[in-house]
Write a protein of this length. Structure first.
Length: 75
């Protein structure tokens, strides 16, 4: 549980760095960590793997871009 609390703290800081208020960042971080836990169980993977995927999605979204694997291939 301590690892998840540390993850919430770090993810919250990342959201603040992207421009979120402290309260908003904490709520979003808690939701993201909770979803990573759900996906970990669902996909039989690690918490960090799932959290990384979610953070990549958030990062791309904050930049107004799709994740590389979600971009259409026009070749």
């Amino acid at each position: 549980m301590e690892d998840h609390e540390e993850a919430i703290r770090q993810v919250s800081q990342a959201f603040e760095n992207l421009g979120s208020s402290r309260n908003q960042a904490k709520v979003m971080a808690q939701q993201l960590v909770k979803r990573a836990q759900q996906l970990q169980s669902q996909n039989n993977s690690t918490f960090l793997e799932e959290l990384g995927k979610l953070l990549q999605t958030v990062s791309c979204g904050a930049q107004g871009e799709l994740k590389p694997e979600d971009k259409p291939n026009f070749s």
